[in-house]
Write a protein of this length. Structure first.
Ligand SMILES: Cc1cc2nc3c(=O)[nH]c(=O)nc-3n(C[C@H](O)[C@H](O)[C@H](O)COP(=O)(O)OP(=O)(O)OC[C@H]3O[C@@H](n4cnc5c(N)ncnc54)[C@H](O)[C@@H]3O)c2cc1C
Length: 413
């Protein structure tokens, strides 16, 4: 049986009364030009993503090619890329604003340019050679090319410093063997940045090297991971390397400096993940505010119950507080003064607070909240990834505990 969303409240309008909490909290935090960028992407998402989202998800398809092209034309893939390579010459703050605007409707649409830029383009900008930048940046800026981030493996998740993918030195370069998994954007990736073991005897954190490997190179096999219940429109692939030859020119960064490339990249990635968690929270807040004023039980709107108001208020507080914290840290990242612990903390907190509150929001909306067309169930499911992706919250908390409890750091598990 098909449902019409209007049965459960009017469709959210960008200028409708219910929609303005993200706009309201964001406006004082960024300058006019940046707010206008956010507003433009927000309107694009409301017009080009929101009306089709449900159908795309029910059809079990990935982000359609035309949408990737549109995002490319809007310049979203090129946000941090210098103008000389066809980019927008922007900063991380611009990508974070795009993430907030897109994830309000769909975290899995948002992560497509989000991962392409924060995990694909940023390491090339930071660690790439002049030749590598000249070869790739123009196409990456236009969205014609994408780099996938090959850190995770079937046997290496949180414990990523010692990959089981091995790069063996040869006379001409290296030969790669092994498998990466959970690679976001694998379906569209022209290249994979592969983190591989190059010096098993080296110091911890100095045993691996990153390689930029074309996905169509002989011996590379990609498969979309099946049965994924989160980020339905995002591509997530396994990529296997069967004696794949790579040259020294394809090394990203330094030999045995691969782990540094990966962990430095994750700082930016975590800010983006925090942003998409807040985009979900903002959607849930607006949807809940709207619904509890319309839905009547016991002779009046359910929003008149104080327990319902408390949930709405907690969501609004959490959005305002965490957004302000996130934007402050993103500015620090852009100034080069954000440390790893801060990036991890904001990812941990935005993801867990948003997940808990979206569950509460579903409860105060009642049974309707489990319908896909209502939208909250999508965000609740997708928020799971923000807790586990780019470093599981619990593993990151273990790392942070070492600096909190330095006297017993060597005893901590
Ligand atoms: C949809 C999706 C997209 C992804 N995209 C990418 C991508 O593009 N590229 C990429 O490389 N990876 C990607 N990942 C992988 C992601 O980064 C890993 O899932 C994450 O690093 C955790 O690894 P794991 O799932 O293997 O969990 P494990 O490492 O097996 O950990 C499982 C659980 O054990 C506990 N745990 C582990 N270590 C510790 C510790 N030290 N202290 C306390 N508790 C601990 C935690 O509760 C943790 O959640 C993606 C994952 C998902 C789900």
């Amino acid at each position: 049986m098909g449902y019409n969303i209007s049965r459960y409240g009017k469709a959210l309008q960008k200028d409708g009364i219910a929609v303005n909490r993200l706009d309201k909290h964001l406006k004082p935090l960024v300058d006019e030009e940046r707010f206008s960028l956010f507003d433009q992407i927000s309107r694009f998402a409301a017009n080009e993503v929101a009306p089709h989202l449900l159908q795309w998800e029910r059809d079990k398809q990935l982000v359609p090619d035309h949408l990737i092209e549109q995002l490319g034309e809007m310049g979203i893939f090129g946000l941090p890329i210098p103008e000389e390579y066809g980019g927008q010459d922007g900063e991380m703050i611009d990508l974070v604003l795009a993430g907030l605007a897109l994830s309000y409707w769909s975290p899995s649409v948002a992560i497509t340019p989000g991962a392409a830029v924060s995990l694909g383009i940023n390491p090339l900008l930071r660690f790439g050679s002049a030749d590598q930048k000249a070869e790739h940046l123009e196409d990456l800026a236009a969205g014609r090319r994408m780099f996938a981030f090959g850190l995770s493996e079937p046997g290496r998740g949180s414990d990523a410093a010692n990959p089981q993918v091995v790069a063996e030195k040869t006379d001409n370069g290296y030969v790669l063997r092994g498998e990466k998994c959970w690679s976001t954007n694998a379906a569209w990736a022209s290249h994979v940045v592969v983190h591989a073991l190059t010096d098993p005897e080296g110091r911890n954190g100095h045993r691996s090297t990153c390689f930029i490997v074309p996905r169509d190179r002989a011996g590379v096999a990609y498969q979309e991971m099946e049965g994924k219940t989160v980020w339905p429109l995002s591509s997530t692939g396994s990529i296997a390397f069967d004696s794949v030859e790579v040259s020294e020119d394809e090394i990203l960064g330094e030999v045995n400096g691969g782990f540094r490339v990966m962990v430095t990249t994750l700082n930016g990635g975590r800010l983006f993940v925090a942003a998409i968690a807040l985009g979900s929270l903002a959607f849930a807040l607006d949807k809940t505010r709207q619904y509890v004023q319309e839905r009547e039980q016991f002779g009046g709107a359910i929003g008149r119950f104080q327990r319902v108001q408390d949930v709405v208020l907690e969501m609004d507080l959490a959005l305002e507080r965490n957004l302000s914290w996130l934007i402050q840290l993103v500015h620090r990242y852009d100034q080069g003064s954000l440390d790893r612990e801060q990036a991890a903390k904001v990812k941990i907190d935005c993801s867990r607070v948003a997940s808990e509150l979206v569950q509460d929001a579903m409860e105060v909306c009642g049974g309707v909240a489990c319908l896909d067309e209502f939208g909250l169930a999508r965000h609740a499911a997708d928020l799971f990834v923000t807790r586990v992706g780019e470093g599981s919250n619990k593993a990151l908390m273990s790392q942070i505990s070492r600096s909190l409890l330095p006297e017993i750091a060597d005893q901590l598990q």
